[in-house]
Design a protein around this ligand. Structure first.
Ligand code: KG4
Ligand code: ZN
Length: 339
C-alpha cells in the first residue's frame, strides 16, 4: 500500500510518501518569511502553499522512485489549522484523488502528531501516555489503541509553544520562539530566576499564562523600557524554559503514577526542545517506561505523520467522500474525556 501524504495546516508545506508504513520520502518547505512579521500571516501562508504543493509532490514521487499511478491512497491534513492553508492541501489532495481514482483520507493534524512516534523503528506500545506540545495545543493523552484516546488534561489558556513564542517576543528574541529560547538557554542558569508553576484544580491540566505574566513582571521591575542587556538573556531564557519543563514533567509523572502505561511519548513542535526531551528520558528511566520520541524531523509539522495516520485510519476500515471539508479547530468529540 503506497500512501501520498500532504500537510499544509500552518507554515510548512510538506509532502511524504510511505509504502506499507515505511517512509520513502518526507519533504518539508518551511515558510521562513513569516519571521519578519513576528508570526504567521494566514493569507501569505495560503499563497505559499499554493506555490509549493505541486513541485513538492513531483519531487517526493521522484525521490521515492515511483509514479503517481503507483499511489493507492492520498491523505491530507483537514484540520485543525489555518483554514485557507488547510484548504490548499486538502483541495489539492481531493482533486488528485478524484481525477486519478485513488482512495482519499482526510487526516486530523493532532492525530498525526499523536501517532508520529510510530514512524520510528522502535514502536511505542499501548497504552501509551502521550504529551502533545505544539504551537496551538498542549494535551496529555492516554492512547489506548489506534482509535481510542482518552484526554487526561489540556491547557486552560496558552499552549506550551505559544508561551515559548510570546516570551521570546517579550525578551526580544523574535519568532519562532522555541528554537531561539532553547539556543539562549543553553548558556544560562535554569535556576537563576524562580518563575511560578501553576497548580490547577484539574489534575492533569496545564496553564502557561501565569508564567508569561511572571516573565513580564520580572522584566518590568528589572529593566527600563524592556532594554534587556544581552548578557541577561541566557538566564532569562533558561529559567523560563526550566519552568515549562517542570510544569510539563509534573503532570506526566502524576499520570504515570495513576495509570498502568506501557510506553511514554512526547510529540509536536515543542517536542524538539532538548531540555524537555532530556526530562522525558529521566522520567522514563526512573519509572522504567519505554520512551519513544520522534526524531526532530517528525516533531514539527510534516507529511510523514499525515501519510502514516491516513494509512492507519484507512486500515481501520473508514472510508470518506470528497465532500469532507477543512476545519480550523480541534473537534470536541475527538477524545474520550477522563473523569
Ligand atoms: O507542531 P508545530 O510545528 O506547529 C503546530 O502545529 O503548532 O509547533 C510549532 C511550535 C512553535 O510554537 C515553536 O516555537 C515550537 O513549536 N518549537 C519549539 C522548539 N522548536 C519549535 N519550542 C521549544 N523548543 C524548541 N526547540
Ligand atoms: Zn503541528
Amino acid at each position: 500500500m503506497i500512501v501520498l501524504g500532504i500537510e499544509s495546516s500552518c507554515d510548512e508545506t510538506s509532502v511524504a510518501v510511505i509504502k506499507n508504513e515505511k517512509l520513502l520520502s518526507n519533504l518539508i518547505a518551511s515558510q521562513d518569511f513569516h519571521k519578519k512579521y513576528g508570526g504567521v500571516v494566514p493569507e501569505l501562508s495560503s499563497r505559499a502553499h499554493l506555490q509549493m504543493v505541486q513541485p513538492l509532490v513531483k519531487q517526493a514521487l521522484e525521490e521515492s522512485k515511483i509514479s503517481i499511478n503507483d499511489v493507492d491512497l492520498i491523505a491530507a491534513t483537514a484540520g485543525p489549522g489555518l483554514i485557507g492553508a488547510l484548504l490548499v492541501g486538502l483541495t489539492y489532495a481531493k482533486g488528485l484523488a478524484y481525477s486519478l481514482k485513488k482512495e482519499f483520507v482526510p487526516v486530523n493534524h493532532i492525530e498525526g502528531h499523536i501517532f508520529s512516534p510510530f514512524l520510528m523503528d522502535e514502536k511505542p506500545e499501548f497504552p501509551m501516555l502521550c504529551l502533545v506540545v505544539s504551537g496551538g495545543h498542549t494535551l496529555l493523552l492516554l492512547v489506548k489503541s489506534y482509535t481510542q484516546i482518552v484526554k487526561l488534561g489540556s491547557t486552560v489558556d496558552d499552549a506550551a509553544g505559544e508561551a515559548f513564542d510570546k516570551v521570546s517576543k517579550m525578551i526580544g528574541l523574535g519568532y519562532p520562539g522555541g528554537p531561539m529560547i532553547q539556543k539562549f538557554a543553553e548558556s544560562g542558569d535554569p535556576n537563576s530566576i524562580e518563575f511560578p508553576i501553576a497548580q490547577l484544580k484539574g489534575k492533569f491540566d496545564f496553564s502557561f499564562s501565569g508564567l508569561k505574566t511572571a516573565v513580564l513582571r520580572h522584566l518590568e521591575s528589572n529593566y527600563d523600557d524592556f532594554q534587556i542587556p544581552e548578557h541577561d538573556l541566557p538566564n532569562l531564557a533558561a529559567s523560563f524554559q526550566n519552568a515549562v519543563v517542570k510544569a510539563l514533567s509534573q503532570k506526566v509523572v502524576k499520570a504515570i503514577k495513576t495509570f498502568d502505561i506501557k510506553s511514554l511519548s512526547l510529540v509536536g513542535g515543542v517536542a524538539a526542545n532538548r531540555a524537555i526531551r532530556n526530562s522525558f528520558v529521566e522520567i522514563s528511566n526512573k519509572y522504567k517506561k519505554k520512551l519513544v520520541i520522534p526524531d526532530l524531523e517528525y516533531c514539527g509539522d510534516n507529511a510523514a505523520m499525515i501519510a502514516l495516520r491516513g494509512l492507519q485510519v484507512y486500515n481501520s476500515g473508514k472510508r470518506f467522500s470528497f465532500s469532507e471539508n477543512a476545519f480550523p479547530a480541534l473537534p470536541e468529540d475527538l477524545f474520550e474525556s477522563y473523569q
